[in-house]
Design a protein around this ligand. Structure first.
Ligand code: PGA
Length: 251
């Protein structure tokens, strides 16, 4: 059985005051042991969030890391080993906002995935198609290519220490979630792609869905056989909504 994971991607949101309030709200949540829970604040809030959540069920991750795993002359970058030193356990790599707005290529994403593993973090590899690609019938090809590039870089065995998040670009922040069936189709294809290289890695791999997940849509999505939790943007900024989504994954 795969243990579901629900991760909150706070993106570039929050002030010291609002983050402290959110942490307090997270501490109050009653969370089932059946689900793993993490939040990913911006780098500047990591230390405060980690300290605030210490002893709670909610772990801390980051939204990005450098392709350099250790320390290096990389002004403005943060490495996986620095994040691990801050008690981070997870890191997003290849979020579509970074791919599209910051020009991160599949090759850079693969390098970050490898660096995350090297630095001792669990990479959460984000993949997904644009609306144009979906309408052109290219969804499975695009997602397959994004996953394959990382498989080529690190080998399937290293995916045993990772998580994949399928996030259709058109569903992110748009209020327009993929249907449970649309998401399931892609999740099953990703699992089949991994299974062609390793049945055991594919069987254990957690594949999260992300893109406008709300408390009202979470249970149906998480009820699908290949959806193992969620990567939550907007709704993770509200502790009650985030808690409701975690409960939907944990029963
Ligand atoms: P959203 O964001 O839930 O606000 O759509 C998800 C994400 O970008 O990870």
């Amino acid at each position: 059985m795969r243990r579901p994971l629900v991760a909150g991607n706070w993106k570039m949101h929050g002030t010291c005051a609002s983050v402290a309030e959110l942490v307090e709200g997270l501490r109050q949540l009653q969370l089932s042991d059946a689900v793993e829970v993490a939040v990913m604040p911006s780098f500047v809030h990591l230390a405060a969030v980690e300290a605030g959540l210490r002893g709670s069920r909610v772990e801390v991750g980051a939204q990005d890391c450098s392709v350099e795993a250790g320390q290096a002359a990389r002004t403005g970058e943060v490495s996986a080993s620095q994040l691990a030193d801050m008690q981070c356990r997870w890191v997003l790599v290849g979020h579509s906002e970074r791919r599209s707005l910051l020009g991160e290529s599949d090759a850079v994403v693969a390098g970050k995935f490898a660096a995350a593993l090297q630095g001792g973090l669990v990479p959460v590899l984000c993949v997904g198609e644009t609306l144009q690609e979906r309408e052109a019938g290219e969804t499975l090809a695009v997602v397959g290519r994004q996953v394959e590039r990382v498989l080529d870089e690190v080998g399937v065995e290293n995916f045993a220490r990772a998580v994949i998040a399928y996030e259709p670009v058109w569903a992110i922040g748009s209020g327009l979630s993929a249907t449970a069936e649309q998401a399931q189709e892609v999740h099953a294809a990703i699992r089949a792609q991994l299974a062609s290289k390793s049945q055991s890695v594919a069987g254990a791999m957690r594949i999260l869905y992300g893109g406008s997940v709300k408390p009202s849509s979470a249970a149906e999505l998480f009820g699908m056989p290949d959806i193992d939790g969620g990567l939550i943007g907007g709704a993770s900024l509200n502790a009650d909504d985030f808690g409701a989504i975690c409960r939907a994954a944990g029963c």
